[in-house]
Design a protein around this ligand. Structure first.
Ligand code: FAD
Length: 414
């Protein structure tokens, strides 16, 4: 974990969309409990989570033709400024009386011996020991790499070992996202005072190209993300740096001939950051011995459901729930087994849904096309039918039955 000065955090921060399932359940209903565990409390949340009656659906607009034509919407979303959210978490963890946070530590590997605690090695030459290790170290996870190399070493056959090693590194989703924060008032209002993104979240779409814009940080910034998707490259390795600042022209060329609102936004992306979207699909387990993976380390996904953060928080919520039941070290493994049992199927189903949403959003509405070298673009159809359904789960399902199932399964293992 690394703590940057808050100025630096603000400069690096971008928005993260989140959804009703998370806000309504993991946060609001459990604010007090989560707050004790270092999560934001309701007062913190009110700074960035607007009341539900002010949440807006995302307006879908066909963008690759001259006159912007709205054709549908997704369920409402709330956008959180990533840097602000991170700062709240860091402040909370630092202030937590019953835990110690060490910042600026980089894990290089771990050992999980049959006797004694898990041993951690850090890049500064220091070591630490722990009863269990939770690897929430993102898409490039060192914990996942170590875990899957160890699992491969222990495999019965070379074929099995090769399959396990395939999970050490993430794969490129064939997509890049250009992101930039535009100050709300000056340029956008000056260029187009009635620009839709000033009042509602919007998505402009074309075949393999899209642009999303929504306000964050109490409306002070407009978070703009332009996606270029080449699904035939899904599963390959991205050559080059994953995150790099590029010239505006690299983005604007994709939007020539598009309707006016999207061109206004891309023209204002003065120095966008290009992110290669890498994913961690289909891990056969999130757990190895006394070590568990959480968040992007376990299931980094395409961003089209805007739930990478939400799924990481759901992992943490279920894991914290089962770990709170553990009375002795001998039962840690049971808790991790239950976590894997409950969270892996659900998070991986959302991961598949996120890919399907991307295909439906930018290519064709069926979203069933197999990815990889044989992928071909379908025809873009301006039909809202079926598209909204891809988001229904976030408003109609609950995390709480999974919590109850986790508790039941853990106690049944006694
Ligand atoms: C372009 C784009 C747009 C996105 N939009 C959204 C969105 O709108 N909504 C949404 O919910 N999600 C979105 N996501 C996904 C979201 O950002 C991730 O799912 C989320 O950040 C995952 O959280 P995490 O804590 O698992 O990993 P991370 O946020 O990557 O955090 C990992 C942490 O581990 C630290 N770390 C890494 N390696 C080590 C090591 N060896 N030792 C110690 N520490 C280490 C890192 O410094 C970092 O602090 C988007 C992603 C992309 C790429």
């Amino acid at each position: 974990m690394r703590q940057f000065p808050s100025q630096a955090l603000a400069a690096f921060g971008l928005g993260e969309g989140t959804n009703p399932r998370l806000l309504a359940q993991a946060y609001k209903d459990y604010a007090a409990k989560l707050s004790n565990a270092g999560f934001p409390d309701e007062e913190d949340l009110d700074k960035f989570a607007p009341p539900e009656d002010t949440l807006n659906p995302v307006q879908m607009i066909r963008g690759d033709i001259p006159n912007a034509t709205p054709w549908g919407s997704t369920p409402h979303m709330t956008a959180i400024h990533r840097a602000e959210f991170l700062k709240i978490l860091v402040d909370r963890v630092a202030a937590c009386s019953n835990c110690t946070a060490h910042f600026s530590k980089k894990l290089v590997s771990y050992e999980d011996p049959s006797v004694g605690p898990v041993q951690l090695s850090f890049s500064d030459g220091s070591f630490a020991a722990c009863d269990i290790l939770i690897g929430a170290d993102g898409v490039k996870s060192t914990v996942r790499a170590t875990m899957y190399n160890r699992l491969a070493e222990a495999a019965d056959t070379e074929e099995e070992a090769t399959k396990l090693r395939d999970h050490v590194n993430p794969v490129w989703a064939g997509q890049v996202v250009y992101r930039y924060l535009i100050p709300r008032e000056d340029p956008v209002e000056a260029a187009d005072p009635s620009h839709r993104c000033l009042t509602i979240p919007v998505e402009y779409q074309g075949k393999g190209v899209g642009l999303g814009a929504y306000t964050v940080s109490g409306g002070r910034w407009i978070d703009v993300g332009a996606v270029i998707a080449k699904h035939n490259l899904f599963g390959s390795t991205f050559s080059g740096r994953w995150s790099v600042t590029v010239d505006r022209e690299e983005v604007t060329e994709y939007f020539s001939g598009w309707e006016k609102e999207s061109r206004v936004l891309v023209e204002l992306m003065k120095s966008p950051t290009r992110w290669a979207v890498n994913v961690v699909p289909n891990l056969p387990t999130y757990v190895g011995g006394r070590v568990a993976l959480l968040g992007d380390a376990a299931h980094a996904m395409a961003p089209y459901q805007a739930v990478g953060v939400g799924q990481a928080v759901e992992d943490a919520f279920i894991l914290a729930t089962v770990l709170s039941q553990v009375q002795s070290n001998s039962r840690c493994a049971d808790a991790l087994t239950v976590y894997d049992e409950i969270r892996r199927p659900f998070s991986q189903s959302i991961q598949r849904l996120a890919l399907k949403t991307g295909i439906a959003l930018f290519m064709d509405k069926k979203g069933e096309v197999p990815l990889g070298p044989t992928f071909e673009y379908g025809e873009l159809e301006d039909s809202a039918e079926g598209f909204g359904k891809l988001f229904e789960w976030s408003a109609t399902t609950s995390l709480l039955p999974d919590r109850d199932r986790a508790l039941k399964n853990y106690h049944m293992l006694l």
